[in-house]
Every structure is written in C-alpha cells, then in structure tokens.
Design a protein around this ligand. Structure first.
Ligand code: ZN
Length: 474
C-alpha cells in the first residue's frame, strides 16, 4: 500500500482518508481536481462524514466525562473583540499566531485560546453567586480555536490552523493544587485506557516538569518568587504521588517553563515501524499572568477573604482532537474504538444463488441492519457471494475497518444464529462469536457486543448514540 507521503508505510492521513474521517483532496469530484485546501485554506482540515460521527461522539463523551468529575461545561464564541485578547496579553505575545480582522471600525480576533472567556465566566459567577461558588472551580470546553501557523510547518492533522482543544481551566486554592493536579492525570489515564483502549504501561510513560530558572524570576519569568516556589513544589509533589501510585517516572527541566508559569507534561514512548517516538499526552500548566490581568486575585480575596490564594491551571488530557487523532491513527493502525468508529457494524449478506434462500438471507440482513440503526448505531450493509466473500472482507478490512462485522449466510438464515466478528483492541485482532437469535436479531447482536462499551459506560454514564446508514462507505 502506498502511503500519502509516497512511501510504503501508511501515515495517519492514509488512515484518515480510508476511514472517511477527513475529505480527501485528490477526489475526482468536480472542482476538487486541484486541492480542497483552495476552499478551506491550508491547515484547516475538512472533516468528512466519518469524521463528523467521530467528533460528535467524542465531544459527547468528553462533556459527560468532565461533568461527572465536577467540571462545568462551557461553549464560548469563536470570535471576540480584540480587546479581550489585549487584556489577556495575547495581542502582545501571541499576535503573530492570531487571525485578526476589522469590520465597521471594530477590531475582532478569531479565538486562539479559550482561557480568557473561561475566566470571564468564572468572574461573572463570583460577582453573581459570591460565596456559593466553590473552589476549585473547574470549567471544561471542547473549544475550537484558530491559530496562524506558517505554511511550511503544516502537516496532516498534526500541525493545523483550526483545532479543537479538550480544554479546561481550574481555579484552585493553593492548598488544593496538588490534589487538582493528581486528578488531572488520573482523568487522563482513565480516558486513554477506557475510551481509547491504550495501554499506559509505566515503562513507557514519563512526566516532564518544566520549571523556572530561579535566578530569572521577576525578569524572564513573571510572577512572584512565592508563586513560583509554591507552584513548583505542588508540581513535584503531584509527580511524586503519581510515581508512587502508578510507577510513572518524572524528570525536571530547569529554565524550560513558559514565562507565565511552570508545567507538567505526560510523555509516552511509542514504537512505530521499529522507530521509537515520543508522544506528548496530557498537560497541566500554571499561569500567573492571566489572574493578574483579569484581576482574579482581587475578586477572590474580596469574596473568600484576604488570605485566600488561588492558582489558575490550564489543562488538556488529549491536547487537541486533531493532533491526538493523528498520533492515535498511527498507534492503533487505523482501528477506532467501537463507539468512535465511523462504521460500527458491517452487515455482510452472503448469497448462495438459490432464490428462496437468498431472499431469507436478504430479509434477515436487512432487518439486522435497520434494527441496529433504529437503536442508534452506525451500520452498513453489503451483499456478496461465497466466492467473493474473502476479497470483499479484505477490502473493507484494509479501508473503513468496521468495528464489528456480522455475517449472514444460508446457515444463519435457517438455523437461528449469527456469526459476528468484533475487533478486540487488547488482542489486536477480530474474535468470532456465535450469537443465537430470536424475535429481534439486532438486539441479540447488540447484547453480544455490550462489553465493547463497558469502559465508556464507566467514564461517561452511557455511550453516545449517533445513528447512521453508512452502507455507501463499505
Ligand atoms: Zn488556557
């Protein structure tokens, strides 16, 4: 198989096209001959239908997952008056990455970061509900942001100009900072293990602490010596807790902090085609700049008393939906978890050439396919014959990779059972299961794959149901 890069190894973009996650630029559709980037602008991925299902299901899970863990859920505007980013300081230190425009003498910015809006929501709650607002205050958004990146640095879904962060801000009292940081990493671990079925072996995980250079606090690193010391102590204490609890090792890089605060990143080593690569997963970053600029310290002291000190922490578990997807597709060789898979079920009707039997097969296959859609699943149906079966299966296995294949042939139509083959991530292969069927065969199929969603039920309470007849993808 030729890779998108021209080599023999598939890249994440090959998988993304095969799975119909993003629109393929060399499509033969009218007006697409050149580059679809001519329509969207370079670095702005156009998610296709498979990608739409993936995004909606994922964002639904993320919202429920965070809400169940004490985060409030926000949805903030894509544009803002430039003034918001002047107050936040982004206009000064992030201007070269911002899309700015002017209409009727008014200056606007396309949102490059969600933080300022989240802080406005926090401040408004503090003013309105006063002491009823409990700290830590945690606010989550699947926040779409746009940042200008030089054309030369754009790559697939890895480096883009439009992306959706799994973004949250935590406003925590100083004495709860360690707990807040530890729970961020426990949340990350849960999400990656239960939803993405990843194996977070402590051997492959390292925590990187980016700290200040003590000599340069007050000059290159803004904020007070006290703030840096307290936050860096909290970071190291959280790292120690995680090491003791899960065996994740950590290391410190002095002088590597951002000017506005220290941070902790989770680095995972993954092996790809024999080459070891580093994958940056979750991150939590202190910020001493925004609370000053938005007068958060004053507002907090007014409500909770003069000795209350808080930190603002930015955090992401995946980073962004796009960037995470790019690395995950390589990691999982294009195999999406059941819930996020564009095609959850491929119903394969295997005709035998005897009209009366074929009619039964078609009827059963159609009823399973339609039943699955009516229960909220994405299902596709294809017809084949015994002789062309293996070719057809190989074809869909190498492209759209359905999470579960359901086989319906002569025996199935006459003997009251089905054969299903779900892909099992922990074993990296499909496992055959026989399912006896009764009045509602699609329900029997659903019951047989229930365990594929156990992790998501644990995370989010219930798995999202975004149904679709996706037969044309097969
Ligand atoms: Zn932020």
């Amino acid at each position: 198989m030729q890779g998108a890069s021209g080599g023999n190894v598939k890249t994440h973009m090959d998988y993304a096209y095969e799975l119909d996650l993003v629109v393929k630029p060399d499509s033969r559709a009218p007006l697409f001959e050149r580059e679809y980037a001519a329509f969207t602008g370079a670095g702005v991925p156009l998610f296709s239908l498979g990608g739409g299902y993936y995004r909606y299901a994922l964002i639904d899970i993320l919202a429920r997952f965070h809400a169940r863990r004490g985060y409030f859920i926000a949805e903030t505007p894509i544009i803002a008056s430039t003034y918001l980013y002047q107050v936040s300081g982004h206009l000064d230190f992030f201007r070269q990455n911002m899309f700015l425009f002017k209409i009727e003498d008014h200056d606007f910015a396309i949102k490059p970061m969600n933080c300022p809006y989240h802080i406005l929501i926090f401040l408004s709650h503090l003013a309105r509900y006063r002491q009823k607002v409990r700290l830590p205050f945690k606010i989550f958004e699947a926040g779409r942001v746009h940042r200008y990146e030089p054309s030369g640095s754009l790559y697939g879904l890895l480096r883009v100009r439009a992306f959706t962060q799994d973004d949250a801000h935590i406003i925590t009292p100083e004495d709860k900072a360690v707990d807040s940081l530890v729970s961020v990493f426990e949340e990350m671990k849960l999400l990656l293990e239960k939803l993405f079925l990843m194996n977070l072996d402590p051997q492959n995980i390292t925590l990187r602490l980016s700290l200040s250079d003590k000599e340069k606090i007050g000059s290159e690193f803004m904020g007070t010596r006290r703030e840096w010391e307290a936050s860096e102590t909290a970071l190291e204490e959280a790292a120690k807790t995680l090491r003791d609890r899960y065996g994740f090792d950590y290391y410190k890089e002095e002088g590597e902090a951002a000017f506005y605060g220290p941070k902790i990143d989770v680095i995972m080593r993954v092996e790809e085609s024999g080459i070891e690569k580093e994958w940056q997963l979750g991150t939590a970053q202190f910020d001493f700049n925004l609370p000053r600029r938005f007068k958060v310290y004053d507002a907090v002291r007014e409500i909770y008393g003069s000795d209350t000190r808080v930190f603002i922490i930015h955090r992401a578990l995946m980073g962004s939906i796009e960037r995470f997807l790019s690395v995950y597709l390589d990691y999982a060789k294009g195999r999406m978890p059941f819930t996020l898979s564009p095609v959850q079920f491929a119903v394969v009707a295997i005709k035998v050439g005897d009209p009366s039997v074929d009619e039964k097969i078609a009827k059963l296959a159609e009823s399973v396919h339609k039943g699955l859609i009516s229960e909220g699943y994405r299902s596709g149906i294809i017809e084949t014959t015994k002789t062309s079966l293996s070719g057809e299966v190989r074809r869909i296995e190498s492209t759209i990779k359905p999470a579960v294949t359901v086989y319906i042939g002569a025996r199935e139509a006459e003997e009251g059972y089905l054969t299903i083959r779900p892909y099992i991530h922990s074993e990296k292969k499909r496992i055959s299961k026989k399912v006896s069927i009764g009045e509602n065969p699609h329900i029997d199929v659903i019951m047989a794959v229930k365990d594929l969603e156990e992790g998501i039920v644990e995370l989010a309470g219930y798995p999202p149901r975004i149904p679709g007849d996706v037969s044309h993808l097969l």
